[in-house]
Design a protein around this ligand. Structure first.
Ligand code: T1G
Length: 693
């Protein structure tokens, strides 16, 4: 065995050379890996004793793509294209042996081999679209030549990881190897290719499928139409489609040029920069500076949920989906029955859509127990309370839990706003109390805000975070403060959205600006969806806000067919002349002279105070890092991922610009715009949130 470089070895099994990469964690195509491949292939091809070459990786996976951390930096090392050319034009058969994931540049390298062998658990994909890019090493030209343009469109715009068995069916791989026999099988395969003088298959010459699609532009028109809503705002999906179009309509080399040009446009753009930032932010969020990974964890084998309403039901489903038994508690039999039947109905609907079997439904329901007795939670390892959002009720529940649940169990509250420390003070074990703030619908929304109290212990924090990962959530650890991270910043936006309407804009103007920015829905349409009467008490209503006036007129949102908007029978929203009149009357009553509020001002007034509040959250230590705040907003509040999150966006547009506006509004409109000290400091030092470590 010869060490080509620290991450590449070359060994020989008789006449078969085996080039082995070993660059943890995922054998990404870093400069050393590219150098190793270039030198390794050169040596193997030049070695007269070598008749074929097997490329294989040590560690948990085959090459998982280009090294994303190298993007945007000065290029070093061998060119990937040269490595691919050496493989494809090798006079000796090259076989790629795949385990784990062959993704992005990794699959593109494998597609330059003449044959591919994989273990059944392997998966292949071109997920570059998930980081705002496209396969930039020939993937958009070679993939459709194997799987056809339609399947290629689906793979490059979804970024899905295709299981090896499916890859075999569609011709992406040529043979399967036993899970524990990849290396031996690949070497044997190579020997067969040599012995039987099998052709050196170059994917680039495989034109049948792309030629068959020539003259059928409807393939692309239909695909664009079918996915317009899903791809809204993103550049990368459209650029990927254009590359597949080029594969159909242009000769291979021309198609490669088109791919290169479009790749560089995305690579140098802000969307991919944002999505690459989010890629690493989603991995950073789990790293807790003062709670090391090896912190002891409480084993969670049985979970209790208090409240079988919308949140309690959704929370329970997460655990049932993960195979964890749940006992759900309600006060009244009727409410319990309703809660249990909603959970079953949700599962049955999923089964109807073919996303699970009825057997799966029954398996999950068999793990669920309903009860009216809180005492039935005594042996739970974790209890999550999802009762009415009132402090007195929460404290009463926690005081009772304290007397019932076994010592050492995690006592969690799903409060979305209230003080975790005060809730914990109702028990004699505040160190076991933590906030686990789910987002509605709790079985769908990916985000979990894990709220550490002043006394919450590290094992409890570690348990909550690891439990979040176990139930498929992305969790951000945040500090206890009103509204935590998400709702605290949301309050800034809601306040300004309402204020801007008072000053002259209409709710649908504000919603349009935020919708065009990339949010799935604006604040007023969202309020209509949630219901304008949340927290509204009819008896106490005094027409003191536009929202109160709407509720008093029974315009409580979509559910009453009218709110800020009017809704038709299909719940399609349209600006309402009634609401417009209410707002104008309200301004007159409040002595406000309406003025034209520009779209630019609407956007800045809604977003900049959020960024400023995010800075305050960081300076108070209520979030570990700025990118955690971005993870909260992207996964819990619909912030468009291609804008990286509010803190990344602040860095992108320039914190000096945000500060200047905050100072202007502070002077013009008051304390609510007081700039964060951290924001002032970063601007003074010419730094960004991303520079904070
Ligand atoms: N580059 C750099 N670092 C990477 C990486 C990559 N491609 N993939 C993973 N890591 C790091 C990650 O940050 C983490 O680091 C550790 O590896 C483990 O990752 C020319 C342009 C492979 C399915 O998009 O999807 O090729 O936090 O926690 O859950 O066309 O990682 O430990 O310090 O995610 O087991 C295309 C990205 C690149 C695949 C493994 N490839 N990676 O998941 O581990 S663009 C991708 C993944 C490209 C070419 C183009 C997943 C995984 P740390 P992890 P995992």
């Amino acid at each position: 065995m010869t060490a080509i470089n620290p991450v590449t070895d070359l060994s020989k099994e008789g006449e078969i050379a085996v080039l082995t990469l070993n660059s943890p964690p995922v054998n990404a195509l870093s400069a050393p890996v590219r150098d190793g491949l270039a030198d390794g292939f050169k040596q193997a091809i030049a070695d007269p004793g070598v008749k074929a070459i097997v490329l294989i990786c040590d560690g948990k996976t085959f090459i998982a793509g280009a090294d994303i951390s190298e993007f945007g930096k000065a290029p070093k090392g061998a060119s990937l294209f040269d490595v691919q050319a050496a493989m494809e034009n090798s006079p000796k058969p090259v076989i790629a042996a795949i385990h784990g994931t062959a993704l992005g540049g990794g699959l593109e390298v494998a597609l330059c081999a003449h044959y591919r062998v994989a273990v059944p658990s392997a998966r292949c994909g071109l997920p570059e679209v998930n980081i705002g890019l496209l396969p930039g090493a020939g993937g958009t030209q070679r993939l459709p030549r194997i799987v056809g343009p339609e399947a290629a469109l689906d793979m490059v715009t979804s970024g899905k990881h295709v299981p090896a068995k499916k890859c075999l069916e569609v011709g992406l791989i040529d043979a399967l190897a036993p899970e524990d026999g990849l290396r031996a099988t690949a070497i044997e395969f190579a020997r067969t290719v040599v012995a039987e003088k099998k052709p050196l298959k170059k994917v680039r010459e495989n034109n049948a499928k792309v030629e068959a699609a020539r003259g059928h532009p409807e393939i692309f028109a239909d695909f664009r139409k079918a996915n317009a809503r899903k791809f809204r705002g993103f550049l990368a999906p459209e650029f990927n489609i254009r590359c597949i179009e080029a594969a159909v309509n242009q000769p291979f080399e021309e198609g490669l040029k088109t791919e290169r040009k479009l790749f560089m446009e995305l690579m140098t753009g802000s969307q991919s920069a944002a999505q690459r930032y989010v890629f690493f932010a989603e991995r950073q969020v789990w790293k807790l500076p003062d709670v090391p990974d090896d912190t002891p964890e409480i084993a969670v084998k049985k979970v209790g949920v208090i409240g079988a309403g919308t949140m309690g039901g959704g929370i329970s489903m997460n655990f049932l989906n993960a195979g964890v038994p749940v006992t759900i508690v309600e006060m009244k039999q009727e409410a319990l029955d309703r809660g249990l039947s909603v959970i079953r109905k949700n599962y049955e609907n999923t089964a109807k859509k073919g996303r699970m079997t009825m057997d799966d439904v029954e398996k999950r329901m068999a793990l669920l127990t309903g009860t009216l007795n809180l005492e039935d939670l005594a042996d739970c390892d974790m209890v999550i309370e999802a009762v009415f959002e009132r402090m007195d009720i929460k404290k009463d529940v926690f005081a009772r839990l304290d007397g019932i649940v076994k010592q050492g169990a995690v006592l969690a509250s799903n409060t979305s706003y209230l003080d975790i420390d005060e809730i914990a003070s109702a028990t004699r074990r505040p160190e076991f109390v933590i906030g686990m703030h789910f987002f509605s619908p709790a079985n769908v929304m990916r985000l979990l805000e894990v709220v550490r109290g002043a006394k919450t212990s590290k094992p409890v924090i570690s348990t909550a975070m690891k439990t979040a990962k176990r139930i498929g959530k992305i969790a951000a650890l945040v500090g206890a403060c009103p509204g935590f991270v998400g709702n605290r910043m949301l309050a800034q936006r809601q306040r300004e959205a309402n204020q801007i309407v008072m000053e002259g804009a209409m709710p649908w103007d504000v919603d349009r600006v935020l919708y065009d920015f990339g949010f799935p829905m604006g604040p007023f349409a969202m309020s209509d969806l949630a219901g304008l009467d949340i927290g509204w008490v009819k008896e106490k209503s005094s027409s003191s806000t536009i929202r109160e006036v709407l509720c008093e007129m029974d315009r409580r949102g979509q559910k009453t067919g009218a709110g800020f908007y009017d809704y038709d029978e299909n719940r399609k929203a349209s600006p309402s002349p009634i609401t417009e009149k209410i707002i104008q009357d309200f301004r007159t009553k409040s002595g406000v002279n309406a003025r034209k509020v520009s779209d630019e001002e609407i956007l800045e007034r809604c977003i900049y105070p959020m960024i400023n509040e995010g800075a305050k959250i960081l300076e108070e230590g209520k979030a570990i890092r700025a990118s955690d705040i971005d993870i909260v907003w992207i996964n819990g509040y619909g912030w468009p991922v291609y804008r990286g999150g509010p803190m990344f966006y602040g860095d992108l547009i320039g914190l000096d610009r945000v500060l200047a506006r905050m100072k202007q509004w502070h002077a013009e409109m008051g304390e609510q715009f007081k700039p964060s000290a951290l924001l002032e400091k970063l601007v003074a030092e010419g730094k960004r949130f991303q520079d904070l470590r």
